[in-house]
Design a protein around this ligand. Structure first.
Ligand code: KIV
Length: 275
């Protein structure tokens, strides 16, 4: 059965934790579908798929290409696609136009955008058009230049109050869920307790209603940097390197391809003539 925004709300109401991972391609999404409740095609693809230093350069076309690949694979898991930097900040009209493109061209189930009170007009416009919005507050990577780096947010009383106000505001604007990134665990728990919509934490402790990780991080496939909150649930990166090396060795030793992996030709005379 397909997970929907209603499933997320029901899970929060029953006290069941919601699992989400990022994903960016069809083959991985086929493996992931049905194993977690939600997949985010995050603009973190700028880092892990495209090798940029941050998410600023990611485009609508990138999100449509990768988002579409994941959505085509997912029969059970809810697919959320990130709205990239400058695809929604300018106006509610711009936000609605681009959210509509993600729904129509990537065929996702919901969109995600970063920001609190400042983007509530955008959240209202998008949700009123029937498109579910996942808000994202705390560390918002698209604002990395304004935040001065990847820092934990909400540490002072003033910042903690502002974060709570942002969370309540995005709920009021119509968001179906809110991602809390790099927020002290006790504050994230308080926000989760105060909200009716689910909170999805990344670096925000166990008190959130759900969790999300970047899949290359949790599989041990990405080593450019490892935030404190990342846990390796596998070492697929090491397995991949091992397989690449053994392929290289077999090619050089001429043990691959063997007969089992080659095609036969019946007409030997033809070959002789061609020689
Ligand atoms: O882009 C992304 O992957 C995200 C998650 C880190 C929440 O926004």
């Amino acid at each position: 059965m397909k997970n929907t925004v209603l499933t997320f709300k029901e899970m929060k109401d029953k006290g069941e934790k919601i699992s989400m991972l990022t994903c960016y391609d069809y083959s991985t999404a086929k493996l992931m579908d049905g194993t977690v409740n939600g997949i985010l095609v995050g603009d973190s693809l700028g880092n892990v798929m495209l090798g940029y230093e941050d998410t600023i350069s990611v485009t609508m076309e990138d999100m449509i290409t990768y988002g579409g690949a994941v959505a085509r694979a997912c029969k059970e898991t809810l697919v959320v696609v990130d709205m990239p930097f400058m695809s929604y900040q300018i106006s509610a009209e711009q936000a609605l136009t681009n959210a509509g493109r993600l729904m129509k061209e990537a065929h996702c189930n919901a969109v995600k955008l970063e920001g609190g009170r400042a983007v509530c007009p955008q959240i209202k416009a998008i949700t009123q058009a029937g498109i579910p919005v996942n808000a994202h507050i705390g560390l918002t990577p698209q604002s990395i230049n304004a935040l001065g780096g990847n820092r934990v947010q909400g540490k002072t009383e003033e910042a903690a109050k502002a974060l709570l106000e942002d969370a309540l505001a995005v709920q009021e604007a119509g968001a179906f869920a809110v991602t809390l990134e790099c927020v002290p665990a006790p504050l994230a728990k308080l926000i989760s307790d105060k909200l009716e919509i689910p909170t999805i934490g990344i670096g925000a402790g166990v008190g959130c209603d759900g969790q999300i990780l970047v899949y290359q991080d949790m599989l041990g496939m990405f080593h450019d940097f490892k935030p404190k909150f990342v846990k390796h649930f596998g070492n697929i990166g090491d397995e991949m390197v091992k397989a690449f090396r053994s392929y290289d060795s077999e090619v050089k030793a001429k043990s691959f391809p063997d007969e089992a992996h080659s095609f036969k030709m019946n007409n030997e005379e033809l070959l002789e003539r061609l020689y």
